[in-house]
Design a protein around this ligand. Sequence first.
Ligand SMILES: [Zn+2]
Length: 98
Amino acid sequence: MARRRSRKRPYGQEHPELDIERARGGRYVEEGHDGTWTVQRVRSAQKSYTCPGCHQVIGPGTAHVVAIAQDTFFGAQAEIEDRRHWHSACWSARGRRR
Ligand SMILES: [Zn+2]
């Protein structure tokens, strides 16, 4: 009567990728007048970027968003190339403009 193995716990395997992406820091899809974008919130810039909205520098350590055009879903490379770093405020202002 060796029935001891029937209830072993699947350690950490019970909850596979439950909104991992979202929990990680807010990645969402936004429909704009110029296409569909995947928007990723970034807590702290790794280096300096130029914001396409106001053409000012986003300095290292600045919270901002990265907008990736979904039209360029031909592969990870294209996706990375087409990343755009925006000030959070500039990104939301852009949505309201026409
Ligand atoms: Zn800006």
